[in-house]
Ligand binder design. Structure first.
Ligand code: CTP
Ligand code: MG
Length: 412
């Protein structure tokens, strides 16, 4: 999608303590289905072609953590800036860093295009789509300032000092302010040059600064509900559900090409609205960066009446891991066993699961590994088992639940 011709940079305030969230870890770093919340927001901007840089305000103690996140996820557009004590201070520092850089770097061509557009977006609003960013950027190009708004959910009351109703505001002529917001660099820089000490310490609304200090009336742009902000701990549940709905792209790889089981797993995933690609055998597969989940189906069988130990199958698992090294992906290994496993097999499985759990390092990278073991037996029909195994595999892919990392599920 092309948006505007002017250069566009983003500012992400992410230096808050999240007091209302009530957790030792600030909300922007809390895990959403195994990945830090801020990573979703960073990726939502990194993937937009017309956004050139993302300036992120971070408190000093989180610099190392975010630097690792940047290198692991190849977030090439991100520049870190030390945050301030308030949201306005954090944004101001980023705006001044952009201004200093633009003064130095702007080519004649860029200058002709006009003042760059600065998108300001809270790091704790992880699910904004390209269209919403584009709508505010375009509106800022035309009107110098703009902001995403949604209708009010509840009526807003103004309250007297002693706690009585003063008046109820008319819902239809008020709106809730969200981010992204966008400004020309000239406007947002001037607004922060002139900001009062009181606003810097207590204020939170950038659109208001543009009005007060530059006389610029922001264009308000209706936005989808997904721009909502993670504020309280309960918001994590909504964020996890939304994250699951978005962006699950799975590849199903079967050791033996397509089988009844692999076909059924694909069908289950599609019914969860998961995008599925069916790969060939593991040896000749390439996994593109968009894939974020792989289901590997192994067949553990008796060949010529000689039972191979289950540990043989793990060679395939390890090659899957080396394939996934550079991909942000979870791995669900489904092992179809045509024989009863021995105690030794179980021991191997447990040891391998432990080893893989450590190497998947999920705390930092968001990678998860699960095992689903299907022991065939005569008591239950293959069709029933295939559907049970498929439902479980699809659920694991869909849920991306970090507490399930390294677990072995045995069916039927
Ligand atoms: N923010 C910031 N620097 C600050 C305070 C806030 O960069 N000194 C950022 C937050 O990290 C967040 C955004 O501004 O991404 C929106 O602020 P808010 O939701 O209020 O977050 P917190 O201030 O962290 O939360 P709380 O107000 O509950 O303490
Ligand atoms: Mg705050």
């Amino acid at each position: 999608m092309a948006c505007i011709t002017r250069p566009v940079v983003a500012v992400l305030p992410a230096a808050g303590k999240g007091e209302r969230f009530k957790s030792a870890t600030p909300k922007q770093f809390s895990l959403i289905n195994g990945q830090p919340l801020i990573l979703y927001t960073l990726k939502s901007l990194q993937r937009i072609k017309w956004v050139q840089k993302i300036y992120v305000a971070i408190s000093e103690s989180w610099f190392n953590f975010v630097e690792n996140l940047i290198s692991q996820n190849k977030l090439s557009k991100v520049e870190l800036v030390q945050g301030g004590d308030t949201r306005h201070e954090s944004i101001k520092k980023c705006v001044f860093a952009i201004h200093a850089k633009t003064e130095l770097d702007a080519s004649e061509d860029d200058q002709k295009k006009g003042s760059p557009i600065v998108i300001v977006h809270d790091a704790v609003r992880p699910f904004v789509d390209e269209e919403t960013y584009c709508n505010v950027a375009k509106a800022a190009e035309k009107y110098q300032a703009s902001g995403a708004v949604c209708g009010l959910v509840s009526t807003v009351l103004s309250v007297t000092e002693d706690g009585f109703l003063d008046q109820a505001l008319n819902r239809s002529v008020h709106a809730a302010s969200h981010t992204p917001q966008a400004f020309t660099l000239d406007v947002i820089k001037t607004a922060y040059d002139r900001i009062s000490a009181l606003d810097l310490a207590k204020g939170t609304e950038c659109l208001d600064l543009a009005l007060k200090h530059c006389g610029v009336k922001a264009k308000l742009v209706p936005a989808p509900d997904e721009v909502w902000k993670v504020t309280y701990h309960k918001d994590i549940h909504a964020a996890e559900a939304l994250a699951r709905e978005q962006n699950v792209r799975t590849m199903v790889i079967c050791q033996q090409g397509k089988t009844e089981l692999s076909e059924e797993i694909c069908r289950q995933l599609v019914s969860h609205k998961v995008e599925v690609k069916q790969g060939e055998s593991i040896g000749n597969i390439s996994i593109d960066a968009e894939i974020n989940s792989v289901v590997l189906i192994l067949n553990h069988s008796i060949e010529e009446n000689v039972s191979a130990p289950l540990s043989e199958s793990f060679r395939e698992v390890y090659s899957a891991f080396s394939l996934l090294k550079d991909v942000q992906s979870t791995l669900t290994v489904v092992i179809q066993c045509h024989q009863e496993l021995t105690d030794l097999d179980y021991r191997h499985l447990r040891d391998h699961a432990k080893k893989l759990r450590r190497s998947s390092d999920h705390e930092e990278s968001g990678k998860l590994t699960h095992f689903v073991l299907w022991e065939e037996n005569e008591a239950e029909s293959a069709t029933n088992c295939i559907s049970k195994v498929s439902r479980l595999a699809a659920k694991l892919v869909f849920d991306k639940n970090s507490s399930m990392n390294g677990q072995v599920f045995i069916l039927p």
